[in-house]
Design a protein around this ligand. Structure first.
Ligand code: NAP
Length: 254
C-alpha cells in the first residue's frame, strides 16, 4: 500500500522536470494523477506512459495558464478526467508547479514580461486553488512550488522572484483559511534543479551549480518530488503555512 491510495492529484506542469518527477512519485504512492501541460503534449504523454508502466494511474489535462479563461479550461478538463477515471470529481492533492522563469536583467525588464510572470506564476495558481477548493475534501493538500530565490538574491530574477513571493503568500493565508477543513498549504522551494535543459550538460556550469549546494551536487527533480510526496501524505498533517527549503542547503551560503 502506498501512502496515497484512493487519492487523486493534479500536478500542474508535469510534462517535464520537477512536475514530471512529482507526478511519477505521487502515482507510485497510489494516487490517480492528472498530468497537466501547456503545449508539449509529447512530453506529457511520456509522463503518463511512465506512470502507467510503473503500474500507476493517470490522465492528461491540457491548458495554458496565464491567459484569459485558463483556470476554467483546466478545471473543465480536470473534472471530466476525474469523473472518467475515478467516478467522481474529487481532488485531494493540488501541486502548483507550472511556472516560467525570467532571466532578464533589471534594466531590460518590461511591463509585459512582469505581467506574464505574475499571470503564470502567481495569478493562475491562486485562482486555480480557489476553484479546486470547491471539490477538494477535508484533509486535502496544496503544495506550491516556490524557489530558493525567495531567500537568495539574483537580480536577473527579480520579477520571477516577486511572482513566486506572491505565490508563497497564498500558502500563508490559505493555510489559515483552510485549517478548519484540515487542508494543509505549504511552499516547497527548490534550488537549482536539473530539468533537462542544455545548461545542465555544460561541465563548467554543472560545477558552478553543484558548488552552490551544501552537498556539492546539482538537485534532481526527484529530490523535490520526494518532499512534495511527504507533504501530500498523512504524515505531514501537522505542517501548514510553511516555507520548506528544498535547495540542498544552497541557502546556507558557500
Ligand atoms: P520546466 O522543466 O521548465 O517545465 C515547466 C512545466 O510547466 C512544463 O510542464 C510546462 O508545460 C509547464 N508550463 C510552463 N508554462 C506554462 C503555462 N503558461 N501554462 C501551463 N503550463 C506551463 O520546469 P522546472 O524547471 O521543472 O520547474 C518547475 C517549477 O519549479 C517551476 O515553478 C519553477 O519556477 C520552479 N523551480 C525550478 C527550479 C529549477 O532549477 N528547475 C528552481 C527553483 C524553482 P509544457 O511542457 O507544455 O511547456
Amino acid at each position: 500500500m502506498g501512502t496515497l491510495e484512493n487519492k487523486t492529484a493534479l500536478v500542474t506542469g508535469s510534462s517535464r522536470g520537477i512536475g514530471r518527477a512529482t507526478a511519477l512519485r505521487l502515482a507510485a504512492e497510489g494516487a490517480v494523477v492528472a498530468v497537466h501541460y501547456a503545449s508539449n503534449g509529447t512530453a506529457a504523454k511520456e509522463t503518463l506512459v511512465a506512470i502507467e508502466s510503473a503500474g500507476g494511474k493517470g490522465f492528461l489535462v491540457q491548458a495554458e495558464l496565464g491567459v484569459p479563461g485558463d483556470v476554467d479550461t483546466l478545471v473543465t478538463a480536470l473534472t471530466a478526467g476525474l469523473v472518467e477515471h475515478t467516478g467522481e470529481a474529487r481532488l485531494d492533492i493540488l501541486v502548483n508547479n507550472a511556472g516560467i522563469m525570467g532571466g532578464v536583467k533589471p534594466e531590460d525588464l518590461t511591463g509585459e514580461i512582469f505581467d506574464r510572470l505574475m499571470a503564470v506564476n502567481a495569478k493562475a495558481p491562486l485562482f486555480l486553488t480557489l476553484k479546486v477548493l470547491e471539490f477538494m475534501p477535508d484533509g486535502g493538500r496544496i503544495v506550491n512550488i516556490g524557489t530558493g530565490l525567495l531567500r537568495y538574491a539574483n537580480p536577473e530574477e527579480i520579477a520571477y522572484s516577486m511572482s513566486k513571493g506572491a505565490l508563497d503568500q497564498t500558502s500563508l493565508h490559505l493555510a489559515r483559511l483552510l485549517g478548519p477543513r484540515n487542508i494543509t498549504v505549504n511552499t516547497v522551494s527548490p534550488g537549482v534543479t536539473n530539468n533537462g535543459t542544455p545548461i545542465f550538460e555544460v561541465p563548467e556550469a554543472r560545477e558552478f551549480m553543484a558548488n552552490m549546494t551544501a552537498f556539492k551536487r546539482i538537485g534532481e527533480p526527484e529530490d523535490i518530488a520526494d518532499v512534495v510526496a511527504f507533504l501530500a501524505s498523512n504524515d505531514a498533517r501537522w505542517i501548514t503555512g510553511t516555507f520548506v527549503d528544498a535547495s540542498g542547503g544552497t541557502l546556507l551560503g558557500g
